[in-house]
Design a protein around this ligand. Structure first.
Ligand code: B4P
Length: 187
């Protein structure tokens, strides 16, 4: 399976993707986790990404695409993968399509959009309290999501691989909906 998860900040992509990747036995890659880890370690990537993360801005496309390209080459991606938080812009989605063509031409099987009201997101992120979860930063992240990431749903819908799930409810309820989406496209 080759899967991407899209949804606004705090929708639960990170939370659900860990369980899904484990159940499917495929590689999980969160661009957000990789960028935050690089920032903590002070690597060149982390120094590039740090300011963007703290202000709730997207890290530039070329930086993120390079990061994903390196991971896709790894042997652990051969059996499939789950991308969480990537792609986040149309240029990233197009770059991913190009990378997949170069890697044997296998396209994505599934793009899942997490659908959730804004007040529920604010509530979750307020409780989590990460450095980019301050109210003003979250508002900026939501604006960027609406402008740059939400249009990806139409991009994947045109390709026939989009499934939308309701991301409100207990973790197990949301996971059950995510699993149904996976089953609907499983070869
Ligand atoms: P991400 O790390 O992708 O994080 P996120 O969008 O904030 O959250 P996610 O949807 O994964 O929510 P989570 O499960 O954690 O992005 C952070 C930043 O990294 C971006 O702003 C950007 O700067 C950068 N970045 C990442 N990818 C990039 C890219 N491709 N291009 C450019 N920049 C990029 O859940 C949130 C909270 O809700 C948690 O506390 C969780 O416990 C709780 N929760 C989850 N499910 C719940 C449920 N069902 N009920 C109640 N609470 C729930």
């Amino acid at each position: 399976m080759r899967i991407v998860l899209i949804g606004p900040p705090g929708a639960g992509k990170g939370t659900q993707s860990l369980s899904l990747a484990e159940k499917l036995g495929i590689k999980h890659l969160s661009t957000g986790d990789v960028l935050r880890e690089a920032r903590e370690l002070g690597t060149p990537l982390g120094r590039q990404a740090g300011g963007f993360l703290d202000q709730g801005q997207l890290v530039p496309d070329d930086v993120v695409v390079q990061l994903v390209a390196e991971r896709l080459n790894g042997p652990d991606c051969e059996q499939g993968y789950l991308f969480d938080g990537f792609p986040r812009t149309l240029p990233q989605a197009e770059a991913l399509d190009k990378l997949l063509q170069e890697h044997g031409g296998k396209p994505l099987n599934l793009a899942v959009e997490f659908v959730i009201p804004e007040e529920e997101l604010m509530n979750r992120l307020w409780k989590r309290g990460r450095s980019d979860d301050k109210e003003e930063t979250v508002r900026e992240r939501l604006r960027i999501y609406a402008d740059l990431t939400k249009p990806l749903a139409a991009y994947y819908e045109q390709r026939g691989v989009l499934r939308r799930i309701d991301a409100v409810g207990a973790l197990e309820e949301v996971f059950a909906r995510l699993w149904d989406a996976v089953e609907s496209v499983r070869p």
